[in-house]
Design a protein around this ligand. Structure first.
Ligand SMILES: *Cc1c(COP(=O)(O)O)cnc(C)c1O
Length: 360
């Protein structure tokens, strides 16, 4: 059977190995395995969410509320925008896909940093768009601007702030001056999956979605419940943008794309601000242990504003081998070989998990 040509060069996303798979492949016990590969919250989620889920399970015979009134209302209050400025997806991943379906096609290009979140490229290729990456692996706004000038077919560009997998983050002031120079017909997706971490570490990295979308009607800001909120398994994320963008994306969104349980869980998660602040605080305390480990061992890294850190190796060591050896000991990390980097990305775990990593 012949499939659409757009699928020819399309690789599927390689997710972090699930614990169950490592149990089967390496004959280890579930309790001896730690997953530091997907930037999940090692503390779990707010206990309040679990309580709400138990209650919500009684109603799963009914379709979810497709207007997503409650969660939109909570997010609208949090960000001081209107409900019409918000779209909710099965992970912010789904919103990335909707944005590309709405704006990119076989006649356009999508621009992103040299090393950034893999799904930007995958979803772009699904709609047949050309991929453009800056020479610089981390975000370099001069290069972004230059490439926009040289390629008049750029329809969407991605800024990942902080950037996954490198961890670096642009100052918001620089982002604003950049946006002023960008054609208003280019959809600028600002992915804030790790904003909750970045804004605590450095207030110059803090994005205020309301201000951003009021100044720039061509910006779509993304957030997720998968990282600091500890709800990756619920698959829920959101977009904040000008009403016209939200309206366009809603035309493509499937009805009931977010489950009842996910919606309830996220509404509750937003109420527990203490859980978020504790998680962020512990994250950076533990990250400093990684920074010490990296310098003590003579490895290299990049300052991270998120809940992970990269460890770069010189030629004598191969990141692929290191990741594999860790796996045999029950520690799952992310090898960045696929990004042409001799490095691994490690999610900051609990104090106990991190100790296990250091003593591996
Ligand atoms: C994790 C992540 C997301 C979103 O994940 P979902 O689980 O689909 O909400 C988006 N962008 C980046 C950069 C991420 O790391």
């Amino acid at each position: 059977m012949i499939f659409n040509k757009t699928l020819d060069n399309l690789k599927t996303y390689t997710p972090g190995k699930p614990i169950e798979l490592v149990v089967r492949e390496y004959g280890l016990d579930t309790k001896d395995i730690i997953k530091l590969a997907s930037n999940e919250n090692p503390r779990g989620c707010s206990p309040r969410v679990i309580e709400v889920l138990k209650e919500s399970m009684k109603k799963i015979n009914l379709y979810p509320d497709d207007s997503m009134y409650e969660l939109k209302d909570s997010l609208a209050n949090k960000f001081k925008v209107e409900k019409e400025n918000i779209i909710i997806g099965a992970g912010s991943d789904q919103i990335i896909s909707l944005a590309l379906q709405a704006k990119a096609n076989t006649h356009s290009s999508v621009l992103m940093a040299g090393v950034t979140f893999a799904m930007y490229e995958i979803y772009s290729k699904q709609v047949g768009a050309k991929i453009l990456k800056t020479k610089s692996s981390s975000h370099n706004l001069d290069q972004f601007l230059d490439m926009c000038h040289k390629n008049s077919d750029v329809s969407v560009l991605f800024l990942c702030l902080p950037n996954n997998p490198l961890g670096e983050c642009l100052d918001i002031e620089d982002v604003y001056s950049f946006l002023k120079k960008i054609d208003s017909n280019i959809l600028v997706v600002i992915d804030g999956a790790y904003q909750e971490y970045a804004k605590v570490k450095d207030k110059n990295k803090k994005i205020t979605p309301k201000n951003l979308i009021e100044k720039f009607p061509n910006v779509l800001y993304l957030g997720t419940f998968s990282k600091v909120y500890g709800l990756a398994g619920m698959r829920c994320g959101y977009g904040v943008a000008n009403k016209k963008i939200i309206k366009a994306l809603n035309k493509i969104r499937s009805p009931f794309n977010v489950t009842t349980l996910s919606l309830k869980a996220c509404v509750e998660a937003l109420k527990d601000e203490e859980f978020v602040s504790k998680s962020v605080e512990e994250n950076f305390l533990e990250m400093s242990r990684y920074e010490d480990f990296i310098s003590q061992n003579g490895f290299d890294s990049i300052t991270s504003y998120a809940n992970f850190i990269i460890i770069k190796y010189d030629k004598n060591k191969k990141s692929k081998v290191i990741a594999h050896n860790l796996l045999k000991k029950g520690i799952i990390v992310r090898d960045l070989g696929a990004y042409n980097m001799n490095a691994i990305r490690v999610t900051i775990g609990t104090p106990k998990q991190n100790s296990k990593f250091f003593n591996r």
